[in-house]
Design a protein around this ligand. Structure first.
Ligand code: GTP
Ligand code: MG
Length: 364
């Protein structure tokens, strides 16, 4: 101990005697005694945590729930489609907000989560960008949701990102509800849209297929109520359930570094309930939740299954698409994060040595 705090061993023994502890050079002392002695030398000590002794893996945190613990949860719906086809406008019509007109260049550049209550039933929406640059975000949008609303402008028809969105939804194995938008426009032709969609395996119910298609106008609000009813119907058929009474598991929807607030992350809770002050870990970032907000920016103390929450308190910027887990204590969080960091480092090293090999071969 004397060596560790860089003090003379005799001095340490003297201090211990002062505390009424008779100890020789090779005797064990208690941590609390060592702490007091260190203080006498104006030093602070902390218990060494052996992180590698904590064996914690994803499967321990993301375990399966018992059927009897499952309860109905709200549907999470991603709104997808080609740029400018009216995704944000449809959400504005649903929420009675005006987000679309406030966006830079009229383009959505992030995934926004919002919660809406319809006939006492909650629906969580993820707005996704339609611009071709945001493929990753659309893919994550589809992967973290239960249902996709595919927005197709009636005056423009099926476009490249319409097709991309169909593919993401198919890959994620979630049902697609088509919203044929801009029906207030003279040029809009829903039959043309339906015709084009058949090429991608989406055949409207009135054409003998099994895809729900609703004609809407975000501008006038026509059809929006029908669209919501269809969402609730499809959600009910899916019997979406989760156990709210367990440590939370979620997915990072978005993350950034905020000048004033530090690392900020939007989490979509998938299982369990996330609480303010929970210890959490995501990838190589960990921490204790310092504050939590709902999709309206209001402070909240907990978020249950399907609910989006913005959280503050992570050590680093989280990575969108990563899972996030609530854990018992700080030690567990740090052990998990440290292991993830170590894994990342190893992956980088392997990558580097592969590149070196390639260089070598190129030289031959
Ligand atoms: P990205 O997020 O950039 O992919 O676009 P978006 O799909 O969210 O489209 P947004 O809601 O921003 O709408 C694009 C433009 O279409 C805006 O100028 C809207 O006012 C207009 N728009 C949206 N819905 C309707 C509609 O039902 N009728 C008419 N006439 N215009 C609409
Ligand atoms: Mg948008």
């Amino acid at each position: 101990f004397a060596e560790k705090i860089d003090e003379n061993a005799n001095q340490v023994i003297m201090k211990l005697m002062g505390l009424g502890v008779m100890a020789g050079l090779n005797d064990q002392i208690e941590f609390e005694q060592a702490e007091l002695v260190a203080l006498e030398f104006n030093k602070e000590i902390a218990k060494e945590v052996k992180l590698d002794e904590i064996e914690i893996q994803e499967k321990d945190l993301d375990f399966e729930d018992d059927e009897k613990d499952l309860q109905t949860r709200p549907p999470v719906v991603s709104v997808m489609g080609h740029v400018d086809h009216g995704k944000t406008s449809i959400l504005d019509a649903i929420r009675d907000t005006q987000f679309a007109s406030g966006e830079a260049g009229g383009i959505t550049q992030h995934i926004g989560a919002s919660t809406v209550k319809i006939n006492d039933k909650e629906i969580v929406f993820l707005d996704t960008p339609g611009h071709e640059a945001f493929t990753q975000m659309r893919m994550r949008g589809a992967q973290s949701t239960d249902i996709a609303i595919l927005v197709v402008a009636g005056d423009d028809g099926v476009m490249p990102q319409t097709i991309e969105a169909i593919n993401h939804a198919k890959a994620a194995e979630i049902p697609i509800i088509v919203a044929i938008n801009k029906m207030d426009k003279e040029e809009s032709d829903p039959n043309r849209v339906k015709q084009e969609l058949t090429e991608y395996g989406l055949v409207s119910e009135d054409w003998g297929g099994d895809t729900i298609m609703v004609e809407v106008s975000a501008r006038t609000g026509d059809g929006i109520k029908d669209l919501l009813e269809m969402v609730l119907l499809v959600a009910e058929m899916r019997e979406l359930k989760a156990n709210p009474n367990r440590a939370a598991v979620g997915i990072i929807i978005e993350a950034q570094l905020d000048k004033a607030r530090g690392s900020v992350a939007t989490v979509l809770v998938q299982k369990g309930t996330l609480h303010d002050k929970d210890y959490v870990v995501t990838g190589s970032s960990s921490g204790r939740i310092r504050a939590m907000f709902n999709s309206k920016g209001e402070p909240i103390s907990e978020a249950g299954p399907s609910m989006p929450a913005q959280i503050l308190g992570l050590s680093d910027v989280a990575e969108a698409g990563d899972k996030i887990f609530a854990v018992e204590d700080e030690k567990t969080a740090r052990a998990y994060a440290d292991r993830a960091k170590e894994q990342k480092r190893e992956e980088r090293l392997i990558q580097k040595s592969n590149t070196n090999l390639e260089d070598m071969y190129e030289g031959i």
